[in-house]
Design a protein around this ligand. Structure first.
Ligand code: FNR
Length: 182
């Protein structure tokens, strides 16, 4: 089994992006195992806290990322960029210096929005730190999911025609990307 850590950029309970992430895990190809990694409890990165006894949630988070073979980011766009929770998680996982949890892990990025732009700004801003963190991020196919309010039925199943097929093909490409980069 290939273990994929899933980071969701919206922290709210009824998040549509979380629904999308869950739907993705249900239609993914065999061989991928998904672990949703909590990022909402991570204190803002502060070097003063990064002592021999850092916050317990940082330690837990770093371990979970290190245990993963790849990382799937599923996130909304906030003000044309990634939500602060995602950036903070990247920062927390990148330290202590010389012991980053991210290095070499193949990344997939799915952004989503109620608007037609589909979180393009978040998607591309997220790619910038991944370069520095040495995470190969799949370039193609890109996944900008619009119409987020109308994507699911009451059970969280994707109802928009074509979207599920697109996401399945995206996941197949991502599974191959991960296999090629671990
Ligand atoms: C947003 N939203 C948003 N949408 C977008 O397409 N581009 C943007 O720049 C922003 N900016 C933004 C900032 C902040 C602070 C919030 C709270 C929201 C709307 C956002 O896409 C919408 O709330 C999504 O539904 C959020 O996803 P969840 O929480 O439903 O997963």
């Amino acid at each position: 089994m290939t273990r994929i850590a899933v980071l969701v950029g919206s922290l709210r309970k009824d998040s549509q992006t979380l629904k999308l992430a869950k739907a993705l895990t249900k239609i993914a190809p065999e061989g991928l195992e998904f672990d949703f990694v909590e990022i909402g409890d991570l204190p803002f990165y502060n070097e003063d806290l990064d002592t021999d006894t850092p916050p317990a949630s940082w330690t837990r988070f770093r371990k979970e990322i290190k245990a993963a073979d790849g990382v799937l980011f599923v996130t909304p766009e906030y003000n044309r960029s990634m939500p602060a929770a995602i950036k903070n998680a990247l920062d927390v996982g990148s330290r202590p210096y010389g012991d980053s949890a991210w290095g070499g892990k193949p990344a997939g990025i799915v952004t989503a929005s109620p608007s037609g732009i589909g979180g393009f700004g978040a998607n591309h801003h997220l790619r910038q730190p991944l370069v520095f963190l040495n995470m190969p991020a799949m370039q193609q196919p890109e996944a900008y999911i619009g119409n987020l309010w109308n994507l699911f039925d009451e059970d969280g199943k994707i109802v928009t025609e074509g979207t599920e097929d697109f996401l399945k093909s995206w996941l197949e490409a991502y599974a191959k990307w991960v296999a090629d980069h671990i």
